[in-house]
Design a binder for this molecule. Structure first.
Ligand code: TXA
Ligand code: MG
Length: 318
């Protein structure tokens, strides 16, 4: 079990942020690498530490709905409705930005991504800080998002002033991103809040592929382990494993339905999407650390409740 940070530690984290330093903190989705969103040189540090291209925008996290107006130039009615339904929670809204929002946050676009996270430690930090915290996932660019403090320290270690601990992230994959800045509402990144849940509020969503590389989650090399990863239909797993064994190639397999194949390293995955998402990134890291020739993943069910998981698996498989 973990201990929630004390008020003193939260205050220490806030002091670091005010000094322009980076603080990693837990959210209900993944750990974030935080900086004062109004401090341009602090936000530049985020890009440096992550090794992330500087034209990628970062999400600004808020602790209070009342701050929404400071970051936006216009708040459509749908934004209020989505906020009321899903915040605090794993939803990011893309809205027209206020003039004061630094360009480094928006990647030079006229929109800003905003989110009120649901984790108690994130909320405590944001409330005491009292303003926006810019935070991408606390991993190196292109690698797997962290869902445990140990993932952050392994990957970023000394480069952050402090890592606030908050246990394993409950949701486990990144927030659903909904763009409300264009003509019709559009999902830019699927998450555990599904399109169907969003549409209950927004009605039909705009589709089509106008997603640019500005959404780094839309790049194919994203969320990827070092070991090559392949997605295998459930009924093909036996065949594929036999072929690998024949070619003397070693493998580790993430599966909901493991087979009785001796000599194969199985990592058992849960059969419901919430539990699966919760464990996915930690299991992908374990699979990577097993240093086998290939990571195989049994494909997940085709239902819409699995669509964000499918998206992350496909991106990891490249
Ligand atoms: O769950 C999450 O969203 C986590 C936690 C820490 O909040 N954050 C996260 O941040 O996943 P990051 O930077 O790894 O991914 C944020 C995505 C990126 O793909 C970025 O391009 C997109 O949000 N994004 C941010 N601002 C945007 C904007 N104004 N327009 C379009 N996409 C934007
Ligand atoms: Mg990320």
């Amino acid at each position: 079990m973990f201990k929630l940070p004390s008020d003193h530690e939260i205050q220490q984290a806030v002091n670091f942020l005010r000094q322009g330093k980076l603080v990693a903190f837990p959210t209900e989705t993944v750990y974030g690498l935080g900086a004062n969103a109004m401090d341009i040189s602090a936000v530049k540090q985020i890009f440096k530490v992550k090794g992330r291209p500087s034209n990628h925008p970062v999400i600004v996290h808020l602790g209070d709905l009342a701050q929404l107006e400071q970051w936006t130039s216009h708040i459509p009615e749908l934004a209020w409705q989505l906020a009321e339904r899903f915040w605090p929670g794993p939803l990011t809204l893309i809205l027209p930005k206020a003039n004061s929002v630094p360009e480094i946050i928006t990647g030079g676009q006229n929109t800003v991504g905003l989110r009120l996270p649901g984790h108690p430690v994130a909320l405590a930090l944001l409330k005491v800080f009292g303003s926006g915290i810019a935070a991408p996932s606390a991993n190196r660019f292109g690698s797997i998002s962290p869902t445990l403090p140990a993932h952050v320290s392994q990957e970023l270690g000394e480069q952050v002033a402090m890592i606030l601990e908050g246990g394993p992230c409950e949701v486990g994959i990144e927030s659903t991103i909904v763009d409300l800045s264009a003509d019709g509402p559009r999902i830019l990144r699927p998450g555990m809040i599904t399109a169907a849940q969003i549409m209950e509020i927004t009605g039909p969503l705009a589709t089509g592929s106008e997603i640019t590389t500005r959404v780094s989650g839309a790049l194919t090399s994203h969320y990827a382990p070092q070991t090559p990863m392949q997605i295998i239909p459930k009924d093909k797993m036996g065949e594929v494993l036999a072929a690998l064994v024949n070619r003397k190639r070693s493998s580790v397999v993430l599966a909901i339905n493991p087979l009785d194949s001796p000599g194969i390293q199985w990592l058992l995955m849960p059969s419901n999407p919430e539990a699966y998402a919760h464990e996915l990134y930690a299991k992908m890291r374990l699979a990577d650390q097993a240093k086998q020739d290939v990571i195989l993943v049994e494909d997940v069910p085709a239902e819409e409740t699995w669509s964000a998981i499918r998206d992350r698996l496909r991106k990891a498989a490249g």
